[in-house]
Design a protein around this ligand. Structure first.
Ligand SMILES: C[S@@+](CC[C@H](N)C(=O)[O-])C[C@H]1O[C@@H](n2cnc3c(N)ncnc32)[C@H](O)[C@@H]1O
Length: 507
């Protein structure tokens, strides 16, 4: 099954078939995974080419970042580590963690896998901090595993550490080997495709042809249909795709075949730079953007699959955070020139001109689950109108990051800004409101207002208030909510001592 392309997969797969790069058993010997789990027969058998085939694919990619859905007992995780450890910056694997129980074993498969792989990391000088295992449900709504057991397991996007690891940078390889039945494979492919970098490789398995395998497996038809729906739906983002009908586990009959689906994402077509907007693209702007979004991922708010209104979107640097969470996003900005540049860079997005100082400016856009207002409130000459406007459109959370006054003085504190700069106030007047003013104003429209307990890792965010150390743009983060939130990351109190968010990795 081919998508017209350069047929690179065919050449690579043929060379692996003709010359196995490693024996699958060699991998499991090294990771102490030959015995002690339900798949001993697969781990020890000469018939098993599944893992040597996976090894060959991975080695060829020289990946730095790998994501796996469906850890089971860690055999594929071991294969990824063995094939990539020289270049590896991050390996993330998630699983429902109930697989061993289904084999009547009293332990957790994800903990078993983690202990084997981490032991190998210790012995081979690979930092365990970059090899992460999570008990998580990758499926949406009430779905779980093949029989929809485990649907109560925490969703992937509600686990702060996991979400931070996913949102940090895109992945070179994503291996999708979780729920096989119903639309399980399609759901996982769609959800995690957004985390694959341009040019990256997605691998999924058990793509048995329904005609050949009618009634043989619980997933016959389902994985096949999922894969083909995905290929059709994402056609314009796919460089090449192929089903590789070779990887095998015992028995040595056609029922041992475990065909991989291989999907290569297109490289991006580079957008020509536009120096008129370089203030949005500067390194300092990128640093604070990354710090803010790492912090937002850490809050545990569960923002995925939501409708989002992003205001003050500039040229669109923040939007991808929500796109990667399968959200639908409408972005607005007061400047037509910013909107045009945003659309030049990302023509497929929905971006509108609307000025938050004007009452009713956003009314026509309808209501949204989430309103994201980062780096915008302090550029308003009338922040009271801005907050009222956004509150009226908000079903769930209004997320605000803004420069504030270094002291909580209960005032708006208007301030002159350069209106000729595309990332400043449109009418030449901004504000640096006291944190207490923001909280009081939000309290007119929302029953629950929170401040973040930690601050993003950027020097613009102070941790001790009032701010006396001369930080020019003291920033703070507020969450206004329609429902009460009991998250350790948020406080209903106007605290004067915050902490910096612990970095995910040692620098
Ligand atoms: C076929 S096994 C994975 C095999 C493993 N990749 C290997 O080759 O060593 C499928 C795994 O996916 C997990 N799984 C199924 N549905 C899931 C879901 N909704 N979220 C996360 N993991 C899931 C199962 O619990 C099981 O451990």
């Amino acid at each position: 099954m081919w998508k017209a392309g350069k047929h690179m997969f065919q050449t690579l797969c043929k060379s692996i078939e003709e010359n196995a790069p490693i024996h699958s058993r060699t991998i499991f010997e090294e990771f102490n995974l030959l015995y002690g789990h339900p798949w001993e027969v697969t781990a020890t058998s000469d018939i098993t080419t599944y893992y040597s085939s996976l090894y060959g694919l991975v080695k060829n990619e020289k990946p730095k970042r790998i994501l796996e859905i469906g850890t089971a007992f860690g055999m594929s995780a071991a294969t990824f580590l063995k094939a990539s450890s020289e270049n590896l910056e991050l390996f993330v694997s998630m699983d429902l963690g109930i697989y061993a129980q289904q084999y009547d074993l009293p332990w957790s498969n994800i903990e078993f896998a983690e202990s084997k792989v981490h032991k190998w990391c210790e012995q081979n000088g690979v930092s365990k901090d970059k090899v992460l295992f999570f008990q998580a449900n990758s499926q949406p709504e009430t779905l779980g595993d093949n029989e929809n057991f485990g649907n109560e397991v925490t969703k992937w996007y509600r686990i702060p550490h996991l979400l931070r690891a996913l949102q940090g940078e895109l992945f070179d390889i994503i291996f999708v080997d979780g729920k096989h039945t119903e639309d399980g494979l399609l759901n996982d492919m769609k959800t995690f495709w957004r985390f694959l970098k341009p040019g990256g490789l997605m691998i999924c398995d058990d793509l048995h042809d329904p005609i050949e395998y009618e009634g043989a497996f619980s997933w016959t038809n389902d994985t096949w249909n999922s894969y083909h729906h995905f290929i059709q739906q994402f056609d314009n983002e796919i460089e090449e795709s192929m089903i590789w009908n070779f990887p095998k586990v015992p028995p040595d009959t056609k029922f041992g075949l475990r065909p991989f689906g291989l999907v290569r994402k297109h490289q991006n077509v580079p957008v020509t730079p536009n120096l008129d907007f370089e203030m949005f693209d500067a390194d300092s702007a990128q640093h604070i953007n990354k710090a803010r979004q790492d912090h937002l991922a850490s809050l545990g708010l569960g923002l995925a699959y939501s409708s989002v209104l992003e205001v003050g979107s500039g040229v669109g640097w923040h939007t991808a955070f929500f796109e990667r969470m399968s959200c639908s996003v409408l972005s607005t900005d007061a400047r037509e020139s910013n909107v045009n540049e945003h659309l030049r860079r990302y023509p497929y997005r929905e971006v509108k001109v609307a000025d938050l100082n004007v009452e009713g400016s956003h009314k026509a856009f309808g209501k949204f689950d989430i309103i994201y207002c980062y780096g915008t409130l302090y550029h308003l000459s009338n922040p009271s109108i801005g907050i009222k406007e956004l509150a009226n459109l908000c079903n769930k959370y209004l997320l605000i990051e803004t420069c504030v006054s270094p002291v909580d003085n209960g005032e708006i504190n208007l301030e002159a800004e350069n209106k000729d700069n595309p990332n400043q106030s449109i009418d030449g007047t901004g504000c640096r409101p006291g944190r207490d003013w923001v909280i009081e104003e939000l309290g007119k429209y929302f029953p629950y207002i929170y401040l973040s307990v930690s601050q993003p890792n950027d020097p613009d965010f102070p941790i001790d208030w009032p701010v006396t150390n001369g930080v020019k743009n003291a920033r703070a983060i507020f969450v206004a909510s329609r429902e009460e939130l009991s998250l350790q990351t948020l406080t209903p109190n106007l605290i004067n001592n915050q902490s910096y968010l612990t970095p995910l990795f040692e620098e």
